[in-house]
Design a protein around this ligand. Structure first.
Ligand code: F3S
Length: 65
């Protein structure tokens, strides 16, 4: 499973990083999220799915592999 954050949609709500802090990083400049590694570890998949559902901007996408 891979995950991406759309930088044009992200508005810095930070919910993703609260749900999956090991996957999502927040910019110290604008608070927008990114992922250091698109490949999600198996033990983080549930948290990432919660992050996808929690993002009010629908900025997070699961990428089919
Ligand atoms: Fe951005 Fe959504 Fe996270 S707006 S900071 S991707 S909760």
């Amino acid at each position: 499973m891979k995950v991406r954050v759309d930088p044009d949609r992200c508005q810095g709500h930070t919910l993703c990083a609260m749900r999956a802090p090991e996957v999502f990083e927040l910019s110290e400049i604008d608070g927008h999220a990114s992922v250091a590694d698109e490949e999600v570890p198996a033990d983080q998949e549930d948290q990432v799915n919660e992050a996808v559902m929690s993002c009010p901007e629908r900025a997070i996408a699961i990428v089919s592999t």
